[in-house]
Design a protein around this ligand. Structure first.
Ligand code: UD1
Ligand code: UDP
Length: 367
C-alpha cells in the first residue's frame, strides 16, 4: 500500500477560509490524501472565522495558534514560530498557502526553511505597490513556493516576467470562482440578509472597506464615508463593516453621520454575502475578493483604491477604479457604474481550479 499524501493547509484570514473551502472539499473526496488544517488565529471573531467553517463544510482546524494583533513583524514572527513547531512535528509532504496575508507569508517561510515543498494558491498577482503589506507578502511567498497556482493568464505573465521557471507556474483558474459557482447556486432572493434588512433585489448598493491604505488614512476614510453617504441619496447602501474599520471609524465623528445614512451591519456569513452581492445594483469595495464576486454575479463594481490586481475586470468595463483621494471621483464612478454592464469575458477558468490543484499535487506525490 502506498503512503498517503499529507498536506498541511495554513489559513488565518476570512478570504482564506473561503478559498480553502473549495480545495478542502476536493481533498476530502480523495482517500489518498490526509489534510491537516492549521489556523493561525489571525481572524478570530465568530463572524470572521467559525461561521465559514460551519457554513462551507470545512473540516475543523487541527491546530489554532491564536496569533492576532500587534505589528506586522510581531504577528508574522509569532506565526512563523508556531507554524515551524507544528511542521517539524507533522512533517507534511506539502504545505498549502492562500493569497497574500501575514498568515500566507508565515506559512510559506516556515515550510521553505524546513525544505517542505510549498504550494501557493493565487500566485502571481501584483499591484506594483510595495507600500501594501499584501504586495510584500505575495512576492516573497511566490519566491519560495514550488507550485505557483495562478488564477489568470495575466498572473502567469507576471511570474514569467520575474524570471520564474515555466514548470513551476500553473494557470489553474480561480478557486474563488469555484466557490461562487457552487455556493451562488444555493442562494435566492428569499429570506437571508435581504429579508432581515428589508432590501428589494437590485434596489440597493453593497459596500465593504478594510484595506489598511484606506482605514489608516483619516482623509481617505472620511472621503469614502462622504461618498457612500452621497450614494445613499440615490439607493440604500448596506455596509457590513470589517472589525478593523469599525475599530477606527467608530472613534471618529464620521461614525454617527455614517450610521444615520447607511445601513451598517456586522460582517455577514459567506452565503449572506453572496446573496447581498448577487442582488445588489452596485458594489463599492476595496476588497480583492469582492471585486471578483461582483463580476461572478454580474454586478457593476467600483473599487475604492488607487490600483487593482484584477485589471482584466477594469479593461472589460465590469469594474471602475476610484481612488479615494476625492469624494467626487468616487461619486462620479458610482453614477457611471449604476445600470452598466461589462463585456462577456471568462478569465478565471472553468470552475474546476480546486480539483486541478489537487490533481497536480497528487501527480507530483507532494515532491
Ligand atoms: C487582513 C490581511 C488583508 C486581507 C484581510 C481580509 C494582512 C497584512 N492583511 O487584513 O490582506 O485583505 O485580512 O479581511 O494579513 N479584528 C477583529 N476581529 C477579527 C479580525 C480582526 O477585531 O476577527 C481587528 C483587530 O483589531 C485587528 C484588526 O482587525 O487588529 C486588523 O486585523 P488584521 O488581521 O491585522 O488585518 P486585516 O485588516 O483584517
Ligand atoms: N465576505 C463575507 N462577509 C462579509 C464580507 C466579506 O463573507 O461581511 C467575503 C466575501 O464574499 C469574499 C471574502 O469575504 O469572499 C473577501 O474577504 P475580504 O474582503 O475580507 O478580503 P480580501 O478579499 O480583500 O483579501
Amino acid at each position: 500500500m502506498t503512503a498517503k499524501l499529507t498536506i498541511a493547509t495554513i489559513v488565518g484570514a476570512r478570504p482564506q477560509f473561503i478559498k480553502a473551502s473549495a480545495v478542502s472539499t476536493a481533498i476530502q473526496a480523495r482517500p489518498d490524501i490526509d489534510e491537516i488544517i492549521i489556523h493561525t488565529g489571525q481572524h478570530y471573531d465568530a463572524n470572521m472565522s467559525d461561521v465559514f467553517f460551519e457554513e462551507l463544510g470545512i473540516p475543523r482546524p487541527a491546530h489554532n495558534l491564536d496569533v492576532h494583533g500587534g505589528s506586522h513583524g510581531a504577528m508574522t514572527g509569532r506565526m512563523l514560530e508556531g507554524i515551524e513547531r507544528l511542521l517539524m512535528d507533522v512533517r507534511p509532504d506539502t504545505v498549502l498557502v492562500y493569497g497574500d496575508t501575514n498568515s500566507t507569508l508565515a506559512g510559506a517561510l516556515a515550510a521553505a526553511k524546513l525544505h517542505i515543498p510549498v504550494a501557493h494558491v493565487e500566485a502571481g498577482l501584483r499591484s506594483f505597490n510595495m507600500r501594501m503589506p499584501e504586495e510584500i507578502n505575495r512576492i516573497l511567498t511566490d519566491r519560495v513556493s514550488d507550485w505557483l497556482f495562478a488564477p489568470t493568464e495575466e498572473a502567469c505573465a507576471h511570474l514569467r516576467g520575474e524570471g520564474v521557471a515555466g514548470d513551476r507556474i500553473h494557470n489553474v483558474g480561480d478557486v474563488m470562482f469555484d466557490v461562487a459557482l457552487l455556493q451562488g447556486a444555493r442562494v435566492d432572493a428569499a429570506g437571508g440578509a435581504l429579508g432581515r434588512l428589508k432590501l428589494a433585489p437590485k434596489s440597493y448598493a453593497l459596500a465593504t472597506v478594510h484595506r489598511a491604505e484606506n482605514t489608516d488614512d483619516p482623509q481617505r476614510l472620511s472621503n469614502i464615508v462622504d461618498a457612500l453617504i452621497e450614494l445613499a441619496k440615490r439607493v440604500p447602501v448596506v455596509w457590513p463593516v470589517h472589525p478593523r474599520t469599525r475599530g477606527i471609524l467608530a472613534r471618529t465623528d464620521r461614525w454617527a453621520d455614517a450610521e444615520r445614512a447607511i445601513l451598517i451591519v456586522d460582517p455577514v456569513s459567506y452565503l449572506e454575502m453572496v446573496q447581498l452581492e448577487k442582488f445588489a445594483a452596485l458594489i463599492a469595495t476595496d476588497s480583492g475578493g469582492v471585486q471578483k464576486e461582483a463580476f461572478f454575479h454580474g454586478v457593476p463594481c467600483v473599487t475604492l483604491r488607487d490600483e487593482t490586481e484584477w485589471t482584466e475586470l477594469v479593461d472589460a468595463g465590469w469594474n471602475r477604479l476610484a481612488p479615494p483621494m476625492s469624494r467626487s471621483t468616487m461619486v462620479e464612478a458610482f453614477d457611471a457604474a449604476l445600470g452598466s454592464q461589462g463585456e462577456a469575458i471568462a478569465p478565471y477558468g472553468k470552475g474546476d481550479a480546486a480539483q486541478t490543484i489537487v490533481q497536480h499535487l497528487v501527480n507530483a506525490g507532494g515532491k
